[in-house]
Ligand binder design. Structure first.
Ligand SMILES: [Zn+2]
Ligand SMILES: [Zn+2]
Length: 339
């Protein structure tokens, strides 16, 4: 089968590789659409050497059709349209035992620790597979993964009807989060980004207000907007080192900050607002059981993948697709590859 492989920093080739052989508890899926995510860009840059074995097949966001089913898998059949949770927890560690497989200490994810979905076929455990609801296209279903990240973080934020929510960063995860926050009943969703086209898109998918921190003093603006009170929840998706400080200064007393974006730099911030405001700062990593509810929300039209899909390209053009995202060209948000 054909698979896109990263050989080292920014070096990609589509190769002929052996098709995965399934075990009794696994299924083989023919991939129809596979989305490129920030994690794949890390693999592309060669930044995850401790986890990734090069040459590596990245990719974990996808939809496809089941073509082979292991003997022990009775709940899904050949020919069914599916998505799959790409996270493979160990099931035994302290986190798994506590019902939090998303923070498993032996966490393995497709496209990083095990071969990913930028290929014609992928094998996954049968219990990771979810049937795509009738009426939902394979193309839109391919975005269930980033939307599930957003659903998980909005649940962790505890968004309530009438909340004011700030979403920092309007990349793919931010744009999903803006939509989910709105659907969860936020009265006012304020979207922040430094790229104009992304703010336009945020507005299009439901943001009430958009702010470019390069153009205005975002903290001042948001304080004014809330009559000096501050906001109920901030969800940080950009990983920018100044976001936490910013989030704490715009937060209402007893507000909550959820960190989703990864920041690899050292972060300096004043911690006293956490005490003064009894602010909560919590992390949110991938998702636990969110896939089915996210599929439902997308299939009902409450969450809209379509505006986020800016490009669709054949797998063979993977090199160009990665360069578009890496160099931030063509206002790209989500690029889907078709194997
Ligand atoms: Zn992803
Ligand atoms: Zn575990």
């Amino acid at each position: 089968m054909k698979a896109l492989r990263v050989y080292g920093p920014k070096s990609i080739k589509v190769d002929e590789v052996v098709e995965p052989q399934i075990r009794d508890d696994e299924v083989l899926i023919k991939i129809k659409y596979a989305g490129i995510c920030g994690t794949d860009l890390h693999v592309y840059r060669g930044a995850m050497k401790d986890r990734v074995k090069y040459p590596a097949v990245p990719g974990h966001e996808f939809s496809g059709v089941v073509v082979k089913v292991g003997k022990e898998v009775s709940w899904i059949g050949e020919g069914e349209e599916v998505v799959a949770n790409p996270v493979h927890p160990c099931g035994r560690c302290v986190a798994c035992s506590a019902g939090k497989p998303n923070i498993c200490v032996n966490f393995k994810i497709l496209g990083v620790d095990i071969p990913g979905v930028f290929a014609e076929y992928v094998k996954v455990k049968g219990d990771k597979v979810y049937r795509i609801p009738k009426g939902l296209s394979l193309r839109n279903a391919a975005l269930v993964e980033p939307f599930s990240v957003a659903v998980h973080s909005c649940r962790k934020a505890g968004i309530e009807a009438g909340d004011t929510v700030v979403v920092i960063g309007q990349g793919p995860i931010g744009l999903c989060t803006t939509q989910v926050a709105k659907h969860y009943g936020a009265y006012n969703v304020v979207a922040l980004d430094v790229v104009r086209s992304r703010l336009d898109l945020a507005k299009k998918v439901g943001a009430d207000e958009v702010i470019n921190p390069l153009e205005v003093d975002a903290v001042k603006e948001i304080k004014e907007m809330t009559g000096g009170v501050g906001v109920d929840k901030v969800i940080e998706t950009s990983g920018h080192p100044q976001s936490l400080e910013q989030a704490l200064s715009i937060l209402k007393p007893a507000g909550r900050v959820v960190l989703v974006g990864l920041c690899f730099e050292e972060v300096k911030f004043h911690s006293y607002p956490i005490v003064y405001k009894e602010a909560e700062v919590v992390g949110s990593r991938v998702y636990v059981d969110e896939f089915p509810r996210t599929l439902n929300l997308i299939s009902k039209g409450y969450l809209k993948p379509e505006p986020l899909i800016t490009h669709e390209m054949p797998l063979i053009d993977g090199d160009r697709a990665f360069r578009i995202l890496e160099d931030r060209l063509e206002d790209a948000v989500k690029i889907l590859l078709r194997p």
